[in-house]
Structures are given as structure tokens and as C-alpha cells.
Design a protein around this ligand. Structure first.
Ligand code: SF4
Length: 330
């Protein structure tokens, strides 16, 4: 097994990203620890894990909201973590984010026209008339009738319509990277499917690269080309979506998948029982492998040694001393 191959074609390169939040002089939350992932242009990388695993902190650190504690985020070759002030503001046109709660993310006192036009206003782009024309174009693109929506306010729309309006706002500066943080989690299942289909359509039409964060593996499977699995701030496994769902080798990935209803009986022949126990505190994570307190395959080595990320097949990386294919080979 080898160290992961560096991906020189990446459009988004996240290397050794670490996010820590100080609690006191001695204690800090280890939200994300040395997370590395590379995303090609036009690709969707899904980022999954339990609530509290650090995936949203990683997404926000990519957006520089706030800047990570350490590590590198490069977009199209430009390092984002060292940008400040106007340079960062200008670079932000290339990367935008969609948030979990569509209604809360829209200012209830503003009209839809002003909400969607806000990025243009802040960037000083266009006259009022030009901005209004662009807002109409974007609303039309996301399936909202501009003539009926422009002068209304967010409370007059459903959750799904508000998420469409959020997407219009996120796309108005023609970004190349869209970060979706639990973008459909607050929506009804039928509306989720509509918004996911819209994102897929827009991705194809606009050539977007996407980082798609969700705790829901079924949703991630639907939209992702590749999937990264996180546990307690660390990357466990990364591979193309098909491999992650059919041949996961990290015990945690297997556990997560066992919780998803699966219509194909062959997909998970060797289901593992859901492992009991709570996610340990990110203030004082376990030594060695962070999953060891819940892992049925843990050994003394897992307590003593942090598992390095290694490539077990082209494009398939895992951080585990005893990946599952070793158990099936035994
Ligand atoms: S390194 Fe050890 S504890 Fe961690 S997932 Fe692998 S087998 Fe389990």
C-alpha cells in the first residue's frame, strides 16, 4: 500500500486542513485535523459523517468562514488562506455557499430582488437595471417566476422555493465552486429530490465544481462523483461513490452504510451491527485512531498509532491499520 498520489489536476486542493476552536487557555475543540482532499474541475465531492464529525467546519474553512487554523486551500491554483481584505472579497466571486436553513439564510425584511442582487451590490457590479435583469435571469434559471417573485419577501415562499432563491443568489456572480452545506437537510423528501435535481442540472449547464456536505449517505450518493468520509475531524476513507457504497474498507464507513436502507441485497453482504456509543468529545479525542473506542476491530496498535492515509487502489485511500479487506482475506 502506498501514500496517496498527489493530484496535480485538482481545481480545489485542500491540504492538511486543521480547524481548532479555543475553549480556554488549555482546552480547544479539534473540529478538523489535517484533512486532505482534491477535487477536479466539474466534479462533485461528497463529504459525509455523523453530526459533529467536522464536515461543516471543513466546508466553512474552505470558504474562509473563518480562516482555518492551519493548512492550505487552493482554488484554481490560488491560495485562499493567505488572502486578506479586498483580495479575498474579489476571490469570493469564484466560490459561493448554500446553507442548511433556506428560510433563515434569507433576510426576512428584504425583497427577493434585493436578496438575490446583494452579491452584485456588494461587488459593485452593474446599474440597478442591469442588476434587476440579472436577478430575473437567475430566478428563471432556478425555476422561480421572476415576475411573481421579485417584490415579495421570503416568508411568502415555501422552504424549497427559498432554497431555490438561495441558489440563485449563490450563482449570480457566476462562481466556479459551489459549497453546499446540508443544503437539502431541512426540506421534505419530495422537495429534496427537486432541489438535488436542480443542482445536478445547474452543475451540468454551468460547469460547476461542488463540495456537497451531508449526514445523509443516500443524498450524497445521488449527487457525488467521489465521497470522503469523516469521523471526529479526521478523514477515514475517500474513493469514487460506487466504491464507497459497494466496497467500503474503513470500519466506520461500513457502519455508516449499514444504517442506510439498501434495496440491493448484494450491496452490503457483510453488514456490521450498528456500533453503540456516542461520538467522543472533539475537545479530547481518543489517542491513535479516533474511531477506536467504537471499532470492533481495534487493536493495541490502534490506541498507540494514528493510522496514516494510504492508497489501497488507484483513487481509493483509507486511514486504518486493519482495513476490512484484510478481514475478508483472512
Ligand atoms: S485503525 Fe483500528 S480502530 Fe481505527 S478503524 Fe482501523 S481497525 Fe478500527
Amino acid at each position: 500500500m502506498n501514500a496517496p498520489t498527489p493530484n496535480i489536476d485538482s481545481f480545489l486542493s485542500i491540504d492538511n486542513l486543521t480547524v481548532e476552536y479555543p475553549l480556554s487557555r488549555r482546552a480547544k475543540v479539534h473540529a478538523v485535523t489535517e484533512f486532505t482532499a482534491h477535487v477536479k474541475r466539474g466534479e462533485t465531492l461528497g463529504l459525509v459523517g455523523e453530526s459533529g464529525c467536522g464536515k461543516s467546519s471543513a466546508a466553512r474553512a474552505v470558504m474562509q468562514l473563518p480562516r482555518p487554523t492551519s493548512g492550505s486551500v487552493r482554488l484554481d491554483g490560488q491560495e485562499l488562506t493567505t488572502l486578506r481584505g479586498a483580495a479575498l472579497q474579489h476571490a469570493r466571486r469564484k466560490f459561493q455557499m448554500i446553507f442548511q436553513d433556506p428560510i433563515a439564510s434569507l433576510n426576512p425584511r428584504q425583497t427577493i430582488r434585493d436578496i438575490v442582487a446583494a452579491p452584485l451590490e456588494i461587488a459593485g457590479i452593474g446599474t440597478k437595471e442591469e442588476q434587476t435583469a440579472k436577478v430575473a435571469e437567475m430566478l428563471d434559471l432556478v425555476g422561480i417566476n421572476p415576475d411573481q417573485a421579485m417584490e415579495r419577501r421570503p416568508h411568502e415562499f415555501s422552504g424549497g422555493q427559498c432554497q431555490r432563491i438561495s441558489i440563485a443568489r449563490a450563482l449570480i456572480l457566476s462562481p466556479e465552486l459551489l459549497v453546499c452545506d446540508e443544503a437539502v437537510s431541512a426540506l421534505d423528501v419530495s422537495v429534496q429530490a427537486q432541489v438535488l435535481n436542480l443542482l445536478e442540472k445547474l452543475k451540468g449547464e454551468l460547469g460547476l465544481t461542488m463540495l456537497f456536505i451531508s449526514h445523509d449517505l443516500a443524498v450524497v450518493k445521488h449527487v457525488s462523483d467521489r465521497v470522503a468520509v469523516m469521523y471526529l475531524g479526521k478523514l477515514c476513507e475517500l474513493a469514487d461513490a460506487e466504491t464507497i457504497y459497494r466496497k467500503p474498507v474503513h470500519p466506520y464507513t461500513r457502519t455508516l452504510l449499514a444504517a442506510v436502507p439498501e434495496p440491493d441485497p448484494d450491496a452490503l453482504r457483510d453488514r456490521v451491527e450498528l456500533i453503540p456509543g456516542e461520538l467522543p468529545s472533539p475537545v479530547n479525542p481518543p489517542s491513535g485512531c479516533r474511531f477506536r473506542t467504537r471499532c470492533p476491530f481495534a487493536t493495541a496498535r490502534c490506541t498507540d498509532e494514528v493510522p496514516a492515509i494510504r492508497e489501497i487502489a488507484p483513487g481509493h485511500t483509507v486511514a486504518c491499520h486493519h482495513p476490512l479487506m484484510e478481514h475478508s482475506a483472512a
